[in-house]
Structure formats: C-alpha cells, structure tokens
Design a binder for this molecule. Sequence first.
Ligand code: MRU
Length: 352
Amino acid sequence: MAQATLRWEGSRLIIIDQTLLPGEFKEIQLDTAEQVWEAIKSLRVRGAPAIGVCAAFGVLVGVREKNPKDVESLLAAVHEVSDYLATSRPTAVNLFWALDRMRAVAGANASTSSADVLFQRLEQEALTILEEDRRTCRLIGEHGASLIADGAGVLTHCNAGGLATADYGTALAVMFRAHESGRTFHVFADETRPLLQGARLTAWELMNAGIDVTLICDNTAAQVMREGRVQLVIVGADRIAANGDAANKIGTYNVALIAKAHEVPFYVAAPFSTFDLSLDSGDQIPIELRGDDEVTNGFGKRTAPDNVKVYSPAFDVTPSELIAGIITERGILRPPFRESIAAMAQEAGVSV
Ligand code: MRU
C-alpha cells in the first residue's frame, strides 16, 4: 500500500480512517487515549495486528496526555492507559499482546533515572512492534505464496490486508507475493456483512495492487465453489487457541464448512502474536458482540423493522479440523495442530 495504515510521525499518531474507505481516503490524528480507544472500537483502525500496533502507540499518546513528571507517575500512567485501551475490543489477542509488551518494557526500566528516558524506551518498543509486524507480514507472504497455483481461484473473507496490519497483510500478503512473483490467479472477495470489510477494503486493496478480484455476497460462496471456481480459501485470524481453533470475522466458519463440503483446502494466515496458547480450545475465545444498528441501519439506511431483536457476534470460531494449514512468519503449521503449534512455540521461545 502506498500509504501506511498508521504511522508515528514526530510523536503524532496518524491513522487512515478505514470507516470512510473506499469513498474517501482520509488520515486522522489521535491525540488522546480516548480518541485511540474510540478509533479501535469504531473500526477506524481494525484487523488484529493493526489494532495491536495502534494500541502500543496509544499507550504513548495516553501517557503523554497525563504529563507525568517522574518515573513513578509515568509507570502508573502506562498501566492505567493500557488497562483502559484493553477494554476497547475483546477478541483480537494482538491488542493484549502489544499492551503486555509495553507494560513489560515499563517494568524492566522502572529503575531508570528520568521519565524522559523511560518514555523514549516505550517509544522504541512501539516502533519495534510496528517494524516487526511489517517484517512478519512479508514472511507470511513468502511462506504462503506457493500455495496459489497458476490459474487458481482463491476465496477470502473480511479484510486481512495491508489495512489490517502495519503493512502488506496476512491472507492478502500471500496473494500480493504470488502476484509479484508473476502468478496469474483470481480472487473472490466475500463482501462480509455487516460492516463490509471485504467489499470496502479487500476489493479496494486487491484492485489497487492489480490483482483480478470479483466481489461476491457472503451467501454466494457455496455457489462459486460448486461451480468449481475456487481451489483455495485463505483468511486471517483474530485469535488462535493452542489446538488450532481460529477466531476470525463472523462468517468465516460458514466458509470453512462450505470449503470442506467441496474439498477446497482452507488456510488461515496469521502472525505468531495472534496465537493465544493460554487457551486450550476456541471455546474459550471471547467473542465481541456488536451493536444492533450495524445490522438494522448499516451505512445510514434502515433495513429492518424498528425494535426487531438482533444478535450480532463480530467473530466466529473455525474448528481446527476444518483447517488445512496455518501460514505464519515461521512457516506453515500442519495438523495435528496442538503438536505443531507447541513445537513452533518452543522454537520461538514462547512458553506454552
Ligand atoms: O472487525 P475487524 O474488521 O477488526 O475484523 C478483522 C478480521 O476479522 C480479520 O480477518 C483479522 O483481524 C485478521 S487481520 C490480518
């Protein structure tokens, strides 16, 4: 992507307001912890890795707002702002992972001599998280690209592109890399009700990259598979449990079931920061519930009777039995996932 999803420029946090895309490309500056919280909650910045990176810089924004004069008050501010930002959205584990990293750096530098020095260390950590995410996405693209055969049809759900990360994406990274290496293929992008991340963001990103994409309604996925036009599904993830169950945008589970019925391999692409090894299975993943309005009054048009009851979980969990592989920055994990994930965690030095 030409423009960064978010950037830290001269100590200012600037994000693309994704709620306005694709009609309007606008960057906004977030000056307070409350603005960062609101931007995450209302999906101005969204996608698991991007939420994590934004929260790391959000800690800097919130701490600076409090203007702590000494190390002790700065440490207290880090914890207060982190606790607050952690309440913005519950499912993407990258949010909590990034906030924990910021808390850990604060703790490790608690004996530092001045608040300024401690703030600089925190700033360095947020920049490292951003840079790591960039590198991670490129590696996911490298590892996954060969899964896309020349002439293949690839289906994706929601947006796991550059906009959902610091840069380049996860599921879309695989497509970007295959495209860059000269492969010709076709993508079906589910529109992704109710907030249309597939229509507004994925179609936009793929078209900008010159990749052949067709937008379909979510309920068209079975039909295109029945027509034999899809050879591969790749989606992102918001949290993956120790057994490989993967939470992603609502409707992903439907796609996995349809893919199974048509013997189409279903892949998840995600950085290792999206794994939550404290959870034994996907049953324990907290699922965010969204407001009724997004379903009944989406994009300003009333499409349901007043006072109708609505149930709107933002995510669902795809059981690991339906997943052919999980593409990470360290390679592709294969079933049995509990074993392959534990082995990768050990290699990465992450405690299980
Ligand atoms: O509600 P959103 O738009 O934040 O949901 C995003 C998704 O479900 C993505 O597929 C997921 O975060 C992977 S992003 C690389």
